[in-house]
Each structure stands twice: as C-alpha cells, then as structure tokens.
Design a protein around this ligand. Structure first.
Ligand code: GAR
Length: 194
C-alpha cells in the first residue's frame, strides 16, 4: 500500500510538485493526503488545487504563540494521520514537543546544503559566499534541533562554475527534485529504514 504523506510547504512548491509528478509517473510509492501551508497566496497552493489535493492554510498572525500555531498544526496532521510528514520548503521551526511525541522519526526535511554545513534559511548563498566549490543537498529526519536531525541521504553538487547564489540554488534544486521523491519511495519500500 502507498505510504501516506502530508506535505508542509511555505512558498514556491517545486519540491511538492516534483513529488506529485513522481507519484503520477509511478516512480514514488506514496499518496499525498493533504498540503498544509503557512502562507495564504503561496504559489504552492495553486499546485495543490490543480492536483486536487486537500489544502489547509494556517497563518502565524492568527495564533498567540508558535506553540499555539503548532497545536493547530498537530490537530490538522491528526485529521489525516499520515505515515510520513514531508517538509518541502517549509520555513518554520517545529516547536511543539507533542508533534515530536506523535511523529518522531516520521518527519522528513530537505535542505539545500551538505549539513551540518550551512543550516538555516540561506544555505545556498552562504555556500556561495564562502567560495565553496562543492555543496549539495541533505534529506534528514526532523527533530528538535535546527537542521540537524539524523541524515538519511546526501548528494554532492559541483557549484564551482556558478556565478551567483541564484545559480547555486537552481543547480541544487534540480537535484532536489530527483532526490526527494526517490528517497520517499525508498522509505515506502522499507529500503531506507526510519
Ligand atoms: C528548497 O531549495 C529547499 O531545499 C529549501 O527551500 C527550497 C524550497 O523550494 N529548504 C530549506 O532551505 C529548509 N531549510 P520549493 O518551495 O520550490 O520546494
């Protein structure tokens, strides 16, 4: 049976689309039950609408604290009870211990650097500014630490020819789109144990 996913995303949604496309092409043994997005108006919402994926939007401004936000997030996750929670460009830190109680080792994130190098929201620019010749991507389990949970998969990307941080981002992103659905598929097949 397909591994059930709930995807959390904040913006553009190209990784979300790559996952949907891989599922549609029979290359990823998963099913997206819902998208949860923390920005009304984010382009990722249009992708979900076109694919007829149920959408939940929850915005920071409607909650008194990050913990209150995460309580609502947990309630939404519980509605779908996914096998895997997939962060795809979700730019908030998960803070509720209850989320980790319920989904420990079942929350996945993709990050555009070779962690532990360059955690945070500007990983590609940080690697470019540091003059790195090689950067890459990391797919890891999410825990209470920032971008530092157990690593499941890493891939190096040659960025030596890149003339800007944007070029670095594009080059890494193209590889993210291949790697993320593949790793999710391997988890679904139990070829990667979580
Ligand atoms: C991706 O490059 C992803 O790795 C990164 O945000 C981008 C989202 O793009 N995530 C992080 O930096 C997490 N710390 P997308 O919305 O087009 O998938």
């Amino acid at each position: 049976m397909a591994l059930s996913l709930v995807v959390l995303a904040s913006g553009r949604g190209s990784n979300f689309k790559a996952i949907l496309d891989a599922i549609a092409a029979g290359k990823c043994g998963a099913k997206v039950e819902a998208l949860i997005c923390d920005h009304a108006g984010a382009p990722v919402l249009e992708i979900a609408k076109s694919a007829k994926i149920p959408i939940h939007v929850i915005e920071k401004k409607d909650f008194a604290s990050p913990l209150a936000f995460d309580e609502k997030l947990l309630a939404l996750l519980s509605q779908h009870n996914p096998g895997l929670v997939v962060l795809a460009g979700y730019m908030r830190i998960l803070r509720s211990p209850k989320i980790f109680e319920k989904y420990r080792r079942r929350i996945l994130n993709i990050h555009p650097s070779l962690l532990p190098k360059y955690p945070g929201a500007h990983a590609q620019k940080d690697a470019f500014d540091a003059g790195e010749k090689v950067s890459g991507l990391t797919i890891h389990l999410v825990d209470e630490s920032l971008d530092a949970g157990p690593i499941l998969y890493q891939e190096k990307v040659d960025i030596s020819g890149c003339k800007s941080a944007e070029e670095v981002s594009e080059k890494i992103l193209a590889r993210e789109h291949l790697a993320y659905p593949r790793v999710i598929d391997k988890i679904a097949r139990d070829e990667i144990k979580i």
